[in-house]
Write a protein that binds this ligand. Structure first.
Ligand code: SF4
Length: 116
């Protein structure tokens, strides 16, 4: 069962609600039906920084693993607009910053993209 505002990808995590709110924020600002197919889902660095600043320090992953996760996203075919994962609709800079989150790629169980 998905949580309020959640996409279902974040079930069982303490951060799903936060990411769900981010996805809802992006969806609310869209001009067309598909959140993954419109320019309105593009967000600025300043918007991402503002969202990052709201994450509790205890929920953040360490800098080295954060960098490795983002490097994996940067070379991933599922990254859209340079910011957004096409599998969950998350801003990867946010998702990757949360230590409890995992890469949502369908093959991540057999071929992980993010380091453990
Ligand atoms: S599938 Fe994983 S590695 Fe690819 S963009 Fe999404 S979170 Fe990043």
């Amino acid at each position: 069962m998905a949580r309020e505002g959640g996409s279902g990808y974040h079930e069982g995590t303490t951060h799903g609600h936060f990411l769900g709110k981010v996805v809802n924020f992006m969806s609310a600002n869209r001009a067309e039906a598909c959140k993954g197919c419109t320019s309105s889902v593009q967000v600025t660095d300043a918007q991402i920084e503002r969202l990052l600043s709201r994450i509790k320090p205890e929920d953040r992953i360490d800098d080295d693993r954060y960098k490795m996760r983002l490097e994996a996203c940067a070379s991933c075919e599922s990254l859209a607009y340079g910011t957004t994962c096409m599998h969950c609709g998350c801003l990867v800079r946010l998702r990757a910053s949360l230590k409890a989150e995992r890469c949502p790629h369908p093959l991540s169980q057999v071929r992980p993209k993010w380091p453990a």
